[in-house]
Design a protein around this ligand. Structure first.
Ligand SMILES: C[S@@+](CC[C@H](N)C(=O)[O-])C[C@H]1O[C@@H](n2cnc3c(N)ncnc32)[C@H](O)[C@@H]1O
Length: 217
């Protein structure tokens, strides 16, 4: 069994990509960024252009680290909501990071419970590869629906190493879903959903980022 499989626990039919071992994931996340988690996630918030007053939605929020940073950047006046299909993740996020301007709810990226045009910024880190392939297109359509015209999207996902040793290590620990993660498909999915100004960049060694805007018309 890989670490990835262990973190997931028994797959749930309605959310097969949900991670159940929330405390272990929080520890794994803190350790694997080797002291750079604050800087890297802070960079994502900056790239998304989160500003005071923004309503931010973080999809696949896990224990809520990025959500909390976004909430801080959206103050005063703004709010960040993190959603995740894993009950243990939402409990952990609430315990560690919920506040007046930062909240967490159960939910799935492919069926977001938010009105059309009600969000200024949609964020997602390390979660796209957890959404079942068959509903990833629906998830991008949902991101588009909930954003206001002119709203911003920032997706960051794991960019597998190219070298043989790195690939072997990732495959043996995290599993083949991460080793073979097709991050180059994220930008085309955003374009298909209707987003414009789609650009890609790299943050840190392992994050592939896609930024896009919902047309303002
Ligand atoms: C690797 S964790 C990333 C957590 C957090 N965003 C971070 O960067 O640390 C991926 C998260 O995606 C969640 N997830 C799985 N399926 C999902 C879905 N269909 N929609 C939204 N999130 C999902 C998992 O439960 C897990 O918490």
């Amino acid at each position: 069994m890989t670490l990835g499989q262990w973190l997931h626990g028994k797959p749930r039919p309605d959310a097969p990509g949900a991670i159940r071992r929330a405390r272990a994931y929080e520890l794994f996340s803190a350790v694997s960024f080797a002291g750079r988690r604050r800087r890297i996630f802070g960079r994502l918030v900056t790239l998304a252009g989160v500003a005071p007053g923004d309503r931010v939605l973080d999809l696949g929020c896990g224990p809520g680290y990025l959500t909390a940073l976004a909430a801080r950047a959206a103050a005063p006046g703004g709010h960040a909501l993190g959603i995740d299909p894993s009950g243990p993740m939402i409990e952990q996020a609430r315990r560690l990071r919920a506040g007046v301007r930062c909240s967490f709810e159960l939910g799935r990226a492919e069926a977001i419970e938010a009105p059309e045009g009600s969000v200024d910024v949609v964020l997602s880190s390390l979660a796209i590869h957890h959404i079942p392939e068959g509903v990833r297109g629906a998830a991008f359509a949902e991101m588009y629906r909930v954003l206001r015209p002119g709203g911003r999207l920032l997706i960051a996902d794991f960019r597998p190493p190219r070298g043989r040793l790195g690939r072997h290590l990732v495959g043996a620990t995290a599993g083949e879903v991460m080793r073979d993660n097709p991050v180059e498909r994220i930008a085309p999915m955003a374009t298909t959903a209707g987003f414009e100004s789609v650009t890609t960049s790299r943050v840190g060694v392992f994050l592939h980022c896609v930024r896009a805007i919902k047309p303002d018309r």
